[in-house]
Design a protein around this ligand. Structure first.
Ligand SMILES: Cc1cc2nc3c(=O)[nH]c(=O)nc-3n(C[C@H](O)[C@H](O)[C@H](O)COP(=O)(O)OP(=O)(O)OC[C@H]3O[C@@H](n4cnc5c(N)ncnc54)[C@H](O)[C@@H]3O)c2cc1C
Length: 333
């Protein structure tokens, strides 16, 4: 690990001021990802700025939305009564991730910006375009069971590892940011779907964040039919494993059994949390049932590309979508 200085920030402007005064600062949440990467020298900040004491809570607003401070712990968000009752997919997604100890440490901001678990990214002896621009990608010919089947590029096939972000993608959450060079009072709001990037030819640029921009909160808009929602994660072990494929879904079925609306997002399949807009579109107006669910899954996965070790994930993703929608349909009957 390289030497670094450590600072604590009492508020967002102090954190940003400190970061702008350093050569290569990183904000520190629970440290459950960043510190591992520093030990491997993949990350080499010269300053860590602890942002876990920034003001922030979970606030229910009059319109039914939730505003969640970036420093809120994963455990606290999953356990919050409003989240459990109105956004059960979010509680389930968070609880499907990591371990209780890690969720007690991990913050919302850190979870969103955690980095891929591609083993070639962590291995300094491997070629990785994400770690070093233009270095090549050993994962393409290597062990790529956990890698992307959607939206990948010749430069990178890594996946985004967060479970929580898959639920947030389905809920169309917004990310509140501070510290951008433009924007009124240096603040702006991005949809979570627009925060993470697909790899293209610059997989080292993972988000649309500007240098030292700080996540201050996330906003979860109201979605009445999210009461009928869930998250399913398919993985190699029953706990403490990242997703091969995961599905976050909410389903709204009318009195005639037709799909009024649906939200679907996939994890473990792409460089970013993958909102399944084609599947959602295919579902609307259809009779809810295995045929329409399968057709929606086919529509979403039509552009999927598998590699030697991960091509099974294409069918797995389709079946998981169908299983989750069947489960949600059953809940309403
Ligand atoms: C053994 C193990 C198993 C795991 N399994 C899973 C799993 O199954 N599913 C899953 O989803 N996750 C899993 N995780 C990952 C875990 O969820 C993340 O490590 C955690 O969410 C990161 O949160 P943190 O607060 O510790 O972030 P940190 O490690 O502190 O930071 C992560 C990144 O976010 C940046 N950052 C932090 N806060 C802010 C902010 N407010 N604004 C801007 N940037 C910020 C940091 O600079 C850093 O780049 C696992 C981790 C481990 C170690």
């Amino acid at each position: 690990m390289n030497p670094f200085t450590f600072e604590q920030a009492a508020d967002a402007s102090a954190a940003i001021r400190l970061a702008n005064g350093a050569a290569a600062a990183k904000y520190l949440g629970g440290g459950t990802n960043l510190v591992d990467l520093m030990r491997e020298t993949v990350e080499q900040p010269d300053m860590l700025i602890d942002v876990t004491h920034l003001p922030g809570d979970i606030e229910r607003r009059d319109d039914g939305s939730l505003l969640v401070g970036a420093a809120v712990k994963n455990t606290a968000l999953a356990a919050h009564p409003d989240v459990r009752s109105t956004f059960p997919l979010l509680t389930r997604a968070i609880l499907a991730g990591a371990s209780a100890q890690i969720r007690n440490m991990a913050t919302i901001g850190g979870n969103i910006l955690q980095r891929t678990r591609c083993r070639y990214f962590y291995d300094n002896a491997a070629h990785c375009n994400k770690r070093q621009q233009g270095a090549g990608c050993d994962a393409k010919e290597g062990f790529n069971r956990y890698h992307a089947i959607l939206g990948a590029s010749p430069a990178c096939i890594a996946t985004h590892p967060s479970d929580m972000c898959v639920a947030l993608a389905a809920l169309d959450a917004k990310v509140h940011l501070e510290g951008a060079a433009d924007g009124p009072a240096n603040q702006r709001i991005l949809r979570l779907l627009d925060l993470h990037r697909l790899p293209g030819d610059r997989p080292d640029i993972e988000t649309e964040l500007q240098p030292n921009e700080l996540i201050t909160a996330i906003e979860i808009p109201p979605l009445a039919f999210a009461r009928r929602s869930t998250y399913r994660k398919v993985r190699d072990r029953a706990s403490y494993a990242f997703a091969l494929v995961s599905v976050a879904a909410a389903l709204d079925i009318d009195e005639n059994g037709l799909v009024r609306d649906a939200r679907l997002a996939l994890g473990g399949v792409a460089h970013k949390p993958w909102r399944a807009l084609k599947a959602e579109e295919a579902l609307r107006g259809q009779l809810a049932g295995p045929e329409s669910f399968r057709a929606a899954a086919e529509a979403e996965l039509a552009s999927a590309v598998g590699l030697r070790d991960n091509k099974f994930k294409i069918e797995l993703a389709k079946r998981t979508i169908v299983a989750v929608l069947n489960e949600l349909k059953g809940e309403g009957e």
